[in-house]
Design a protein around this ligand. Sequence first.
Ligand code: ADX
Length: 183
Amino acid sequence: MASGFTLWFTGLSGAGKSTIAELVGGELERNATLVEYLDGDVVRTHLSKGLGFSREDRDTNIERIGWVASRLTRHGAAVLVSAISPYAKTRRHARQLVENEGEFVEVFVKASVEECARRDVKGLYEKAFSGELKEFTGVSDPYEEPASPELVLDTELETPQESAGRVLELLGERGLASLKVPA
Ligand code: ADX
């Protein structure tokens, strides 16, 4: 069985994590890889329902995601996590959990607060700037940039397709995904 791995997309809300994860996942699925998605927004409606955005709750959320990712990685899946995961220490712990079972690839999906606020896909930045929404990452809550991620995707400079292509390239280099050429 192929080695399982977790691709951990971290970055601000609206930076492009979920969009890129879906593009990468689609390609992996086409290649018959077993793929599972753990998206912060979705996880918070099930596994992490009821958690808020204090440091403690975010850490609990990320610990849970890291644990599930490690279980799936153990069974050879390609796990695509998209969560802000703002704290370096908690991301490190998630890495440790996963690395007991397979590979962990941290991908920093990078875009400035200004750019994310300009995109404001969910209308949350406006609320954060007005003070209606408290503890909002990048505005009124910290985001600790990864010091040595396996990959940095600057989504102000590259399209989601280009970013997804770079992720797939890295997976290929690491022997984690060999995209089959159709016969
Ligand atoms: S994390 O900090 O625990 O990793 P997670 O990725 O699960 O966060 O959830 C982030 C999503 O929750 C955002 O994309 C946004 O849609 C929503 N959200 C609601 N309130 C906040 C907030 N205060 N800070 C960040 N995101 C928030």
